[in-house]
Ligand binder design. Sequence first.
Ligand code: NAP
Length: 280
Amino acid sequence: MNIGIVGLGLIGGSLGLDLRKAHHTIYGMSRSARTCELAVQRGIADVADCHPQILERADVVILCPPIGLIESVFDQVQPYLSPKAIVSDVGSVKGAIAPLLHQRWPRFIGGHPMAGTAESGIEAAQSDLFQGRPYVLTPLEDSDPVAVETLKALVQDLGATLFLASPRDHDRAVSLISHLPIMVSAALIAAAMDSDNQGVLQLAQSLASSGFCDTSRVGGGNPELGRMVAQFNREELLRSLDLYEHHLQQLRRLITLGEWENLEHSLHHTQTARPHFLES
Ligand code: NAP
C-alpha cells in the first residue's frame, strides 16, 4: 500500500521505519529538505519531499505534526490528496481534532499510537516503537468501514495492540492516566521546592531517591507537551483534576482526624487497584 507520512519526527519517522519493514511504500513529507534526505537515507521513506504533491499517490496519509498544527497541515495537503485517500493522525488528543477533520474529509479516522520517548525529531525515530503498545483508533458512527478496516490492518502491521474508542472516551481515559499525572507530578516538584528553609531544601534534594524519581518523572518532562495536552484536552483534564482534588481531600481529612485504620484501608484499596492499570 502507498502510505504518505506528513511530519517526519519521532512518531512519523518511527511509523515510516516499521510500515516500510511491513512492505508498504512510504511517501514522506517534511518541511525541511535535509529531513527528506535523512528520511530516505535512514529507510524511513522510499521517497520524501517538502511539497505536498508527493502525497498524490498515497492510499493512506498519516498526519504527524504537533497537535496544534494537525488541522493547518491538513489544509496544506488536502488539495493534493487522492479523493479516495484515507487520512489519519497521531495526535495525543482526539476530541478537538477527529470530529472536525471527519466533517471535512469523510475518510478521516483519528488515531493515537501510545508509545514514545523523551526525544523528538527525525533523529529520535526508531524501529519497533509501537510493538506491543496500545494504538487507539477513534472512528465515528458514520465512519467508512473500509477506512476503519484498512487502518486496523496497518496497526496490526506495526505489532501494536488495537483499541477502538470514541474521541471523547479516548480523551477522558488518557486524561486520567496520562495528562492528570503530568500535572500531579509537576505540583509535587513545585511543593518539594517550596520550602522556606534553604537547608531543608538542600537536604531534601540530596535525599531524593527512587520514590521521588518515579513520582516526579512526568512532571519534569517536556513543558510543551504538558501545555499542549492541557490546552487541547482542557475540559477532561479539569474533570480529572477535580476528581484528584476530591481524593486528596479525603486522604487529608483522614490524616487530620487521625483515622489511621481508615487511612490504611484506603491505601489497601489503591494498592489492589494499581496492578489493573499496569498489567497490560
Ligand atoms: P516531534 O518528534 O517533534 O515531531 C513532530 C514533527 O512535526 C517535526 O519533526 C516536524 O517534522 C513536524 N512539524 C513541527 N512543526 C511543524 C510545523 N510548524 N508545521 C508542519 N510540521 C511541523 O514530535 P512527536 O513526538 O513525533 O509528536 C508528533 C505527534 O505525535 C503529536 O501530535 C503528538 O501528540 C503525537 N504523539 C506523541 C507521542 C510522544 O510520546 N512523543 C506519543 C503519541 C503521539 P518535519 O521537520 O519533518 O516537518
